[in-house]
Design a protein around this ligand. Sequence first.
Ligand code: PAF
Length: 287
Amino acid sequence: MQIIHTVSDLRAALKNQSSIGFVPTMGNLHAGHIQLVEIAKQHAACVVVSIFVNPLQFSPTEDLANYPRTLVADCDKLAIAGCDIVFAPSVGEMYADFDGKNLNQSMTILPPPIANVLCGATRLSHFAGVATVVMKLFNMVQPSVAVFGKKDFQQLFIIKEMVRQFNLPIEIIAGETIREASGLALSSRNGYLSDAQRIQAAQLNSALRAIVHALKNGARDFLNLENNATEQLNNAGWEVDYISIRSSLTLQPAQSQDKHLVVLGAAKINNNQAGKTRLIDNIEEDI
Ligand code: PAF
């Protein structure tokens, strides 16, 4: 496995590859990421994993500085998983006009309006930052296949839309969310939680599962289901950002005739040491 830090070295290493599978990450890898690598291996001769904590997708109040950076451990895991190339660029390599303080990326991808709801309602330019860095990474790696986790359902939706609207010759594949036995979705941000908080954190998934259960039993009062779950979580000490039942095809709020649904949630759990940790989860369900 090669570990590469510059775009020119990456291009040289990939020059003669017949097919490239790509998994973009921000590092601090867990079993969810490794599963994405395994999927990429099934679709391409050469698998590239990028590790880059992208400043453009963090707002000034978010956890950019504290985001866990664990390159050595990540590379060990990727070597075992059979990754061929790790691409770990510096901020200056990704953003050519970076002056040590400002990224100076004056051209960005403007995502569709769906980027302004759910996670985008509170994380204002988050998806513009994600789409811009993913476009840059796609241009650097030039994969035929790229694999994204379903846990970030809205991100996956926006990336698919970007690929479609910009005619990128890349197949986007979605990897299932990997969970702890409690139901808690694996996430790098779980690392901020104590053991006790990890147990409590499974309540987010339980709330979503309860909604799915009700939907399967014929409940169609979406607003009521969302409000009940929000109230329950808030009463249990969470600070709910949103609980939302949507069409999994369009990500628009669900209509009673919709059959392909996704129940999404984002909420902050109180974490005494590190303030509040924001977790997200979703369950896609055809009813
Ligand atoms: O999902 C992530 O880890 C990031 O948003 C991504 C896609 C690597 C872009 O920075």
